[in-house]
Design a protein around this ligand. Structure first.
Ligand SMILES: *[C@@H]1O[C@H](CO)[C@@H](O)[C@H](O)[C@H]1NC(C)=O
Ligand SMILES: *[C@@H]1O[C@H](CO)[C@@H](O)[C@H](O)[C@H]1NC(C)=O
Ligand SMILES: *[C@@H]1O[C@H](CO)[C@@H](O)[C@H](O)[C@H]1NC(C)=O
Ligand SMILES: *[C@@H]1O[C@H](CO)[C@@H](O)[C@H](O)[C@H]1NC(C)=O
Ligand SMILES: *[C@@H]1O[C@H](CO)[C@@H](O)[C@H](O)[C@H]1NC(C)=O
Ligand SMILES: *[C@@H]1O[C@H](CO)[C@@H](O)[C@H](O)[C@H]1NC(C)=O
Length: 558
């Protein structure tokens, strides 16, 4: 009796042991797909108009995070933050003008971590923000095994290549083109897809694990896209934002004057007044149309890429991540583009596909990712996969992808982490998969946005570090968004909490669009009492800011 028990015990131990060994040696590849300026205008996020069948198909085999937020709603700071898993206050990148390794700390990036574990790491298109922010090299050779690829046709992106209503070529915002007539006869995201497909094919037989990052340029402006995608969105189907006016209670410091859009020739011709506009309604509808068409164009590239992954027999061994660097306002609050703390600018799509975990065969089709023709009659393919409503952040991506691929996640960062190369300010989300517990969790997403002044200026959208005077710290929980705009010293990176320039509080159950600001400085403490148990937000923000202040102080002394 005791013998057999012992025997069983041994068998169990052996089983567990071998199981662990297997679990440890299984390494999955990673295909990391990033869109540029994509808010969740996707079928799988409930958008009724958009046609995104390929991303919807990926979503239906993924775990989809419905409430994921970027840490700063502009490309460079957000990309550096998500790729290092550190917040902008730790990368010290709020503009495009510094390289974290020399300006903040020598932080290990997500691809660099995979490279150090023996992966072949490859970058196609816009992954790191180009220029100084990644040392003019996309952080090569630290992050990548081979020099990053950039599509040659991108050099025409901001040139006069868009046919205007006068028949001449302009540097327009609205820029649908006949691809065979464009310089080089192709477009950047098409070239990136082809290069990514080539890399997948050549890497498959190398026997090494790969981490392939593919950064698409769309739907970022200008909307330079193949003209046929516009036919998917007749203007009469487009709708203005439900809240197209600047809300009365919005502090002027919170408003972004969308200067990048104003600089395009077709918008300049409209003589729109600065800073509040508005853009004429018929032009607003055309922006909507072109944004949606850009999403469908990008979706079709994602479809080609995923179909190749599948065709090469890699879909079973590859984690697929799809996300974006931040969102984009489409006229909400009278605002356009990114550059703010509102949900429309900070919320991003985020999904993870892992064969055998988020998707278990069989499904009706033979293939995992058959190509979905956006022009076809195929209805949206999103069959509600696993979804998570809890609030999450892009800094969570690094530890989560690590765990899903079979690597240890980085340890949590200590309070002052400027000297720590590898650590995370996010959380591993893998444990929340298929576990959509109450959305009333305590989870909070932090975002922030800098401003040069209390009122909108030419540089309010993207002030240089030296010009930053105010930082808007924003908390998003499942039921409110709270933002405080406080004095900020760019020389010492100090926040002055006694110097409040504005506040915003939106209760999302009654006000999902964030149009009714309930913050009243003279009633600040009264408000706290009224909110009762929701007081935690104030404590959380205070903790975060104290942590920042402590962090910068000890850095200063070091
Ligand atoms: C930064 O980290 C990289 C990779 O670990 C290392 O090669 C390099 O020497 C480090 N640079 C500094 C200045 O510490
Ligand atoms: C940045 O790039 C330059 C030029 O390639 C190189 O000399 C320098 O070492 C790089 N900086 C870091 C921190 O690696
Ligand atoms: C696109 O341009 C090519 C080459 O000029 C032309 O043959 C073709 O008809 C054009 N297509 C459309 C839809 O205008
Ligand atoms: C914009 O202003 C210019 C110069 O003041 C004027 O010539 C043009 O007609 C105006 N356009 C519109 C659309 O109002
Ligand atoms: C913080 O702001 C308050 C109020 O404007 C001001 O009196 C104080 O001098 C500021 N503190 C610092 C360190 O700048
Ligand atoms: C803010 O609160 C004060 C004190 O209760 C009140 O007098 C004032 O009207 C409020 N302001 C707004 C804009 O609600």
């Amino acid at each position: 009796m005791s013998l057999s028990v012992q025997k069983w015990f041994c068998v169990l131990i052996l089983f567990r042991f071998s199981h662990d060994v297997v679990a440890k040696t299984v390494r999955r590849n990673v295909l990391f797909i990033m869109a540029d300026d994509l808010r969740p205008t996707l079928g799988c996020y409930g958008d009724p108009i958009v046609k995104s069948p390929n991303i919807d198909q990926l979503a239906s085999k993924s775990n989809v995070f419905l409430n994921a937020y970027a840490q700063q709603a502009v490309c460079g700071p957000s990309r550096t933050s998500l790729l290092t898993s550190r917040r902008p206050d730790t990368t010290r990148l709020y503009d495009f003008n510094s390289y974290w390794r020399v300006h903040a700390g020598n932080y290990t990036t997500l691809p660099q971590y995979f490279k150090s574990k023996g992966y072949t790491t490859m970058s196609v298109g816009k992954v790191f923000h180009p220029g100084i922010a990644s040392n003019h090299s996309d952080d090569y050779p630290y992050s990548w095994s081979v020099p990053p690829y950039h599509p040659p046709s991108f050099k025409y992106e901001n040139m006069k290549v868009c046919k205007g209503s006068d028949g001449k070529l302009h540097a327009n915002l609205l820029c649908s083109v006949n691809v065979s007539e464009t310089p080089l006869g192709t477009l950047p995201d098409m070239e990136s897809t082809e290069e990514a497909i080539r890399l997948l094919k050549s890497t498959r037989d190398s026997g090494k694990n790969f981490f392939l990052a593919v950064g698409f340029h769309k739907p970022h402006i200008p909307f330079r896209i193949p003209q046929e995608f516009l036919t998917l969105y007749p203007l009469e189907k487009m709708r203005l934002a439900p809240d197209p006016d600047v809300p009365k209670g919005l502090p002027s410091v919170a408003y972004n004057p969308w200067t990048d859009i104003r600089k395009r020739e077709d918008v300049q011709a409209l003589n729109i007044s600065f800073p509040y506009g508005p853009i004429p309604k018929d032009f607003q509808l055309q922006i909507q149309q072109h944004y949606y068409a850009s999403v469908s164009y990008m979706d079709s590239q994602v479809g080609r890429l995923l179909n190749t992954l599948d065709y090469l027999g890699l879909a079973e061994d590859t984690v697929v991540v799809f996300t974006s660097d931040h969102g984009w306002s489409l006229g909400e609050h009278g605002e356009w583009a990114k550059y703010s703390n509102f949900d429309v600018a900070t919320r991003v799509p985020l999904m993870f596909y892992v064969a055998g975990m988020t998707a278990v065969r069989p499904w009706p089709e033979d293939e995992t990712f058959p190509y979905m023709d956006v022009f076809g009659l195929t209805p949206h393919r999103f069959t509600q996969g696993g979804t998570v409503s809890n609030v999450n952040e892009l800094v969570d991506l690094f530890p989560t992808v690590s765990v899903l691929a079979g690597l240890k996640p980085p340890l949590p960062c200590p309070d002052n982490s400027f000297h720590v190369e590898l650590c995370t300010e996010g959380h591993d989300l893998a444990y929340t998969f298929n576990n959509d517990n109450s959305k009333k969790s305590e989870a909070i997403a932090f975002s922030q946005y800098p401003r040069p002044a209390d009122t909108p200026q030419e540089n309010s959208d993207l002030p240089d570090l030296k010009d930053i005077r105010i930082m808007g710290y924003s908390l998003r929980s499942w039921d409110y968004r709270f933002t405080v705009w406080a004095g900020f010293d760019p020389a010492s990176f100090q926040v002055n909490l006694s110097d409040v320039h504005g506040g915003e509080l939106y209760l999302l159950e009654e006000d999902p669009g964030q149009d009714h600001n309930l913050y009243n400085s003279s009633e600040h403490s009264l408000l706290l009492c009224k909110l009762g148990q929701q007081q935690t937000w104030a404590q959380t923000l205070k903790q975060h800011l104290l942590y920042l202040t402590a962090g910068t102080k000890s850095k200063g002394m070091a």
